[in-house]
Design a protein around this ligand. Structure first.
Ligand SMILES: [Zn+2]
Length: 132
């Protein structure tokens, strides 16, 4: 495992550390909702804070790392920075021009997501509402 000394105790470092704990540490209080449900951290991010940091950047103020598909893993194609209100799906992101999923620069269609990611999100929501 690699560490960037000097990045410890920064918000983004804690995001990475907590993400791994939720998915990998059975003693973590939220493990049942993450690792216990089969949610994993992708190979790129699993052992490297530097790679994670390079992919997602610094944590924007007031934002949290949101998974588009709640049953999907922590990987760049399934995460975006979102406000708590975005995560509750009650509020549109401010002035969205492009998809808010990291690394996706397609035109935004709805909920800050491009057509592809919106339907991925929509299917996940529908499954959730059906209690699947
Ligand atoms: Zn997209």
């Amino acid at each position: 495992m690699t560490f960037t000394h000097g990045m410890r105790n920064t918000p983004i470092y804690n995001v990475w550390r907590n993400m791994r704990q939720r998915c990998l540490n059975p003693n973590h209080p939220r493990y049942a909702d993450y690792g216990g449900r089969g949610i994993t951290v992708c190979d790129r991010w699993h052992d490297s804070f530097e790679t994670f940091h390079a992919d997602v950047g610094d944590m924007p103020a007031g934002m949290t790392l949101d998974r588009i598909d709640n049953d999907g893993n922590y990987e760049s194609s399934n995460v975006r920075w979102a406000t708590r209100a975005d995560q509750n799906r009650n509020q549109r992101p401010r002035n969205p021009k492009t998809c808010t999923v990291l690394g996706c620069d397609k035109k935004h269609e709805a909920h800050g997501l491009c057509h592809t990611h919106y339907y991925r999100w929509y299917r996940a929501q529908r499954a959730e509402n059906q209690g699947a």
